[in-house]
Design a protein around this ligand. Structure first.
Ligand SMILES: *Cc1c(COP(=O)(O)O)cnc(C)c1O
Length: 375
């Protein structure tokens, strides 16, 4: 965190986004991909996993990514509206989405069925422009993507449509974050098989962050990186990634309570000795999971301290023992861990989820975002 940030008045809930850390992560991933001749797509869906799609997209492009990926056309068009003209792939829209504005803006679209391809063809006619299309094959995730039985017909329909420029062929892995999982090789083999029936040389892409780090043989022409770019490691072994998001607040009120007094709804925690409490004005409405009640710590006044009692909608209470902490003091809920503070991964591990869900959970209006390292 830059020293300049320390003097500022703290918003009640703030996500600090360190774009230097993001560029470091992207450069690492781009170098891995480039070593096998692949380009890098920075995935910025869900408002950049809660980090802010536009600033993340700009920083990722500065650091060497050449593609962007978003889930929906609305997300892709927001990038275009922000002045980004790099290739953008949008992969999942509902059947009544008007695709023409996306095609007019040069957004790449994905088709998993001849029905979806038909909607793209219609959109291209309305836009008066050829649509850039990536055909998706389901190789075993059973989410979107065409089943193998429908693949040849989808490929044939795309080749026959003059409104369509076939830019890519792609699929998505189910278990790349478990190195050695047999499904990865099976999906890769099914993908190669599917590519065989496609004429020309469209881009082939399969790898997410985990496969980008773990399976250089699956980089193909393009890798699609999300979580690792945000500095969270999907693999069970260390990688040189720096968490990009710090979540912080400040002390709103302090008080001393007597032994035997209990804290927060349901009185799930009772002081065994007189103690100083610090009230921090963030809660589950700000992305602090209620499941962390009595199971989390914060970084406050140079050390970790336990949050006691239930996490409320707008507030948590920190037990400071006999220490006196000033009102207004910074409280770090999670960060990159370098000072000893908790990380988003620690939160996720505590409540049995993944860190993706923790940082993406900061995609909410009450959490202010501040960017460090803007160029
Ligand atoms: C989200 C997503 C990615 C990125 O996955 P990470 O595990 O975050 O790297 C890649 N491809 C598709 C299709 C996705 O939906």
């Amino acid at each position: 965190m830059s020293p300049a940030m320390a003097d500022r008045t703290l918003p009640r809930a703030e996500a600090l986004i360190d774009l230097d850390a993001l560029r470091h992560n992207v450069a690492l991933l781009v170098a891995r991909a480039a070593a096998s001749g692949a380009a890098t797509m920075a995935v910025v869906k869900a408002d950049g996993y809660g980090h802010g799609a536009l600033p993340v997209a700009r920083a990722a492009l500065e650091a060497g990514a050449t593609w962007l990926g978003g889930c929906s056309l609305a997300e892709a068009l927001a990038l275009r509206a922000g002045g980004i003209d790099a290739p953008v792939l949008s992969w999942l829209d509902t059947i009544d989405t008007d695709l023409a504005p996306g095609i007019a803006a040069g957004v790449d679209l994905s088709a998993s069925s001849t029905r979806e391809l038909g909607a793209i063809v219609e959109g291209a006619r309305a836009a008066g422009r050829r649509a850039r299309v990536h055909l998706k094959i389901d190789t075993g995730l059973s989410r979107n993507g065409a089943p193998a039985a429908e693949w040849p017909a989808l490929v044939a329909a795309a080749s026959a449509a003059p409104e369509v420029e076939l830019v890519g062929v792609w699929s998505h892995l189910a278990c790349a974050d478990e190195p050695g999982h047999p499904s990865v090789d099976l999906q890769a083999a099914r993908f190669q098989e599917a590519c065989r029936v496609v004429d020309g040389r469209p881009l082939r892409h399969l790898a997410n962050s985990a496969a980008t780090l773990d399976r250089p043989d699956l980089h193909l022409d393009l890798v699609r990186v999300g979580i690792a770019m945000y500095g969270l490691n999907p693999l069970p072994r260390p990688e040189d990634l720096r968490p990009v998001m710090t979540f912080r607040s400040s002390v709103a009120l302090t008080k001393r309570i007597a032994a035997g007094e209990s804290v927060s709804y349901g009185h799930t925690w009772t002081a065994s000795r007189p103690t100083n409490l610090a009230l921090v004005p963030v809660g589950y409405a700000d992305g602090v999971p209620r499941l962390l009640s009595n199971r989390m710590q914060v970084w406050l006044g140079g050390r970790r301290r336990p949050v006691v009692g239930r996490v409320c909608m707008d507030q948590i209470v920190v037990d400071c023992g006999d220490d006196r902490v000033p009102v207004g003091e910074e409280v770090v809920l999670f960060g990159d861990g370098s000072r000893g503070e908790p990380t988003a991964t620690e939160w996720a591990d505590t409540i049995g989820t993944i860190d993706y869900e923790i940082v993406t959970g900061m995609y909410r209006p009450r959490v202010a975002r501040t960017y460090l390292g803007v160029r």
